[in-house]
Ligand binder design. Structure first.
Ligand code: GTP
Ligand code: MG
Length: 237
């Protein structure tokens, strides 16, 4: 089987944090508050995966599962242009699936295998993985059902990552508010399905105009932080 290929994030220091880029055959959770760059990272990866191996990519396409209507085709175009890549081709090679609710999100991932094989996809984005579940399962009474459904979704993602040798990146918004108590990453109180099932976890934070990325709880990486910026090029040093 293929070795663990990697996809550049577009930032040298972010790549270093990941041990050389986003890993295939693994699920990487990116969590942080609003505006910390989760969606920008996803867009940049969609452009980078298409590049040659020498240029940090895998000569492959991306599947973008958009649950919050935050996929921006014009952003793919501008990131590609800023990096000197063909903008039209860059956009064509991102296959976008809009998920209208959690059941639809599950259906898309259950049927993703055929799409991946037909299109030589090596990157799957789920932005956001948890938003629909949060919106649909409110309060303590529904927590266990929500966790069961998320658990199932996460295990399908893990299986797809391994079977098709793709990199999976998913986003998870966290809030510094009381309802974060029920969040999936803030507290490890049974609400931690996403955190436990992901192979790697990256925490994004603001630092003035810049952003900080921290590798969390990885046995394979040093616990450290790096600085990156959000520019016309997407994620950048
Ligand atoms: P939520 O989805 O709300 O949780 O946030 P997020 O973490 O996905 O944030 P997102 O990736 O959307 O980051 C938004 C930030 O990216 C903005 O505040 C800008 O700083 C930056 N950004 C977005 N588009 C551009 C752009 O075209 N150029 C530049 N330079 N920065 C941009
Ligand atoms: Mg976002």
């Amino acid at each position: 089987s293929r070795r663990r290929d990697r996809i550049s994030t577009g930032s040298k220091s972010f790549d270093d944090l990941l041990g050389g880029g986003l890993e295939t055959k693994a699920v990487t959770e990116v969590y942080g508050e609003f505006g910390t760059g989760k969606t920008q990272l996803c867009h940049t990866l969609c452009v980078m995966v298409q590049q040659s191996r020498l240029a940090g990519g895998l000569d492959a396409k991306a599947l973008y599962i958009d649950t919050e209507n935050t996929f921006r085709p014009e952003r793919i175009v501008s990131i590609a242009e800023a990096r000197g890549f063909d903008p039209r081709k860059s956009l064509e090679n991102v296959i976008v699936a809009k998920a209208y609710n959690s059941a639809h999100q599950e259906l898309i991932i259950e049927e993703a295998g055929a799409v991946i094989e037909d299109n030589s996809i090596r990157l799957i984005v789920v932005d956001s993985a948890v938003a629909h579940y949060r919106a649909e399962f409110l309060g303590r009474a529904t927590l266990s059902e929500r966790q069961q459904r998320l658990n199932k979704f996460m295990h399908i993602l893990v299986r797809i990552a391994e079977t098709y040798e793709v990199a999976v990146v998913l986003t998870n918004q966290i809030q510094a508010s009381p309802d974060a108590y029920f969040g999936d990453t803030v507290r490890p109180t049974g609400g931690n399905v996403v955190a436990h099932t992901s192979t790697y976890r990256i925490h994004l934070k603001r630092s003035g105009k810049n952003r900080i990325a921290r590798m969390v709880d990885s046995p394979y990486h040093a616990e450290r932080e790096i600085l990156f910026t959000l520019t016309d090029r997407g994620i950048s040093d």
